[in-house]
Write a protein that binds this ligand. Structure first.
Ligand code: HEM
Ligand code: HEM
Length: 171
């Protein structure tokens, strides 16, 4: 099998961020259903893992600009669809943690990474924009879910139906 793979840095960042997002997203969704005694811990873990995604995504943008992705083949329409989903992933994986971070500060809860590293915020308590930021965070969560379903659909299409080597490009 001769497959041109993504550079190692891209592959490592892909799986690290995928793992973090697949934990952070459900954690965010369950917070409002957990008992009060533990909800602050859930927030802390959710926010701290999500904040890590922000920094890893900035690294990933740099990595994407500095490295060369393997050549793509397939019909033009498919290449456009893949590039759109991947591009929107990049965008919303930055909007997601950023809106959460600004929302928590705007609601009057400054964020400290795992409770040990207070993170400076450009905004303090701001009730007038707090719910807008929360709304952006919630909408982005569902946009990411849709992108994830499309991404998994593409993986299945390549791997199970066409049985090509697309999956190996990122392994
Ligand atoms: C990739 C990163 C992240 C993902 C996938 C994510 C996902 C989610 C999801 C699915 C929810 C539940 C939907 C809702 O109730 O609005 C949520 C809620 C929440 N998240 Fe995140 N989140 C991320 C990063 C962050 C960060 C970095 C912070 C803060 C530092 C944060 C703070 C919050 C807060 C405070 C809520 C409660 C609802 C609100 O006020 O918006 N999130 N998150
Ligand atoms: C939340 C989880 C995930 C996110 C956010 C994500 C995001 C991305 C992005 C942005 C790319 C484009 C490569 C780049 O420029 O960085 C990519 C490529 C890829 N991903 Fe994911 N991914 C996730 C999970 C998965 C999973 C679970 C699988 C497999 C089971 C997978 C399989 C692939 C494959 C095969 C490619 C290469 C596509 C190509 O050759 O052009 N991804 N992913």
């Amino acid at each position: 099998m001769n497959v041109e793979r993504f550079p190692a840095t891209t592959r490592i960042l892909h799986w690290l961020i995928a793992a973090l997002v697949l934990v952070t997203w459900p954690l965010g969704m369950v917070i409002k259903f957990v008992k009060n005694e533990v909800s602050l811990d859930f927030y802390m873990i959710h926010e701290s893992l999500g904040f890590l995604v922000l920094w890893l995504m900035l690294l990933r943008v740099g990595n994407r600009l500095l490295t060369r992705a393997p050549a793509e083949d397939g019909p033009r329409l498919e290449r456009i669809a893949a590039a759109s989903v991947h591009g929107l992933f990049y965008l919303f994986l930055i909007i997601m943690p950023l809106s959460g971070f600004l929302a928590t500060n705007a609601h009057g809860f400054p964020f400290s990474w795992f409770g040990v590293l207070p993170i400076w915020s450009p905004i303090g308590k701001s009730p007038d924009i707090a719910w807008t930021l929360s709304g952006i965070h919630l909408a982005s969560a569902w946009i990411l879910a849709v992108l994830f379903v499309l991404h998994m659909g593409a993986v299945l299409m390549h791997h199970v139906i066409r049985r090509d080597f697309t999956l190996y490009r990122i392994l």
